[in-house]
Design a protein around this ligand. Sequence first.
Ligand code: G3P
Ligand code: MG
Length: 251
Amino acid sequence: MAAIADPRAWPYPRHIAHRGAGKLAPENTLAAFRHGAGFGYRMFEFDVKLSADGKPVLMHDATLDRTTSGKGRVDALTLGELAQLDAGSWHGPAWAGEPVPTLAAIARYTQANGFLVNIEIKPVPGTEVRTGAAVALDAAALWAGAAVPPLLSSFSEEALAAAASVAPDLPRALLLDKLPGDWLARLHRLGCVALDANFRELDEGVIAAAHAAGYRVLSYTVNDRAKAAQLLGWGLDGLITDAVDQIAPRL
Ligand code: G3P
Ligand code: MG
């Protein structure tokens, strides 16, 4: 991949709301997206895994216990069973009854409002290939014809490789909590367009090295305003934050 020729070609905004609206609303629900949008955010990161019947749904944890009225593994319930759960009450009574969204519901909401998405493929351990392929196929169909495609990301290289094999045209970012020595080679091998790293791993040199090799750089989860300003000053392309009420999005 060549060095970035036209920095304006990147279609995504620099500010991205984490799990919809960070900790201000029940994560990974449509209510959270609406809340984040109220602060001016127009791109949203969220986590996707598969139900027992292979349907992509929004959920961070491998189990239902923390963020829903259900218990046990997410992939033990069918979509119909997941639809019975309350994914809002854990956050407070104002959010009671909020459902577990499907990827399809998020596709409808975001496209109707001109919002962009970063779909984090977060497989239940042991389901990496199946989840990467199913989420990418669904995303390609749901965003077919969209002016800007969803940006896929994952910590799982297996999931990203599976996504690439079924939907090669959807852009991919590799999530890394620690930067291994061969991070550039990994991006290249997976045909990624971006590195998406823990902010603690980034400095001006890493961002410049990524840009020189033709890759964009995103970072999670940046909740401090001074740190956000520093990273953006270094040329960061995408800042994923919980602090949607404190970090004003600029386009
Ligand atoms: O996509 C970036 C970030 O969401 C990764 O960490 O655990 O919040 O999904 P996590
Ligand atoms: Mg995530």
